[in-house]
Design a protein around this ligand. Sequence first.
Ligand SMILES: [Zn+2]
Length: 403
Amino acid sequence: MVTEKLYYQDQYLGRFTARVLKSETDKASKHFVVLDQTAFYPTGGGQPHDIGTLNGLEVYNVEEIDGEIRHYISEPIKVKSECVGKINWERRMDHMQQHAGQHILSAAFEEEFGYETVSFHMGKELCTIDLSIESLTEQEANEAEKVANIIIIENRPIETRWVKKDDLNKYKLRKEVAVNDNIRLVIIPDFDYNGCGGTHPKATGQVGSIEILHWEKQKNFIRVFFVCGRRVRTQLHEKHQVIQNLTVLLSSPQEELEKEAKRVLDQSKALEKEIADLKQQLNTYEAESLITKAEAKHSYKLIKELYVDRAFAELQSLAKNITSRSDEIIVLLINETGDTLQFVCARGKNISISMNQVLKEVLPIINGKGGGNDLIAQGGGEKVITADDLMKLLVDVISLKLE
Ligand SMILES: [Zn+2]
């Protein structure tokens, strides 16, 4: 069941009539029809399928399967009926621009630098080509983009030619052609010769322009992101919008944005450092104040404090700060947050007791977890007893060990 491929006779055909040769459902119970002729391009050669309508019914997918072009539609159309097909032209023209643009950009990289394109992907918003190289410089990308845009401005013809395998050696092809018969060459004279089954405009000028956006290193190649035609304006519009918003946010004109953003970031870093320094000072002040009101026991001094919703890291740092200032001190700090209790216990270096040991004896009572060493240990668990009772327990364990 061979369908006449109208998109190869006239790539600008947006409306056509055809007869339904076959109307079936596939394995996934989706309706499709096969026509005697079609202008719907099926997915292939890196180019996504067309969409549009058949007799007003939405054609949402077009695939070439087992030699037949299947038009997937929401409802069946009877065999032998005449139908009118309409292609979503905006989408097709976009595909033609991206596809032809890719030929031109790949050829530019190869002509200028000998960089070979190994694959092409046309995404919804961006296109990519993969170049079989290890690295790409800004200068090379700029140069390839410049050459590609010159080819576009020169508005060179884009020709297609059906050739036999034996005739291929007459053309300077970029790549070996994958098929043996029905070979279709897409030719930009004196610039590019390629085997390709996709749709392209008649001349390079219709690509509009090519813009390389960025590139990234992959395992064995460099992936170049680019856009052509209408997508260049879309990108420009989006980027312009971002810049506009930034000029308002930073109260700075476009040419000063980078400098201003850097200044704000530097300022924020300086402030962060200042806050950290101030916190440290505050911590020291708090440590000294607690030391002065430490309770004197016969062989050591004891600091015990209860807190609510205090950042635990702060308490750990406070405990360290205190024990670094006094060798004969024991610090017990408990924090209560919601249904949890956290505590840190630490000692000065002249007291012989393992704080980790103290922690281990108390943790099971609050179903807690934690750890540490002889000098400092911390943990947390459930508030099954009050913070006050937990403190009493800690004090008792320590008294038993030291008195
Ligand atoms: Zn092509």
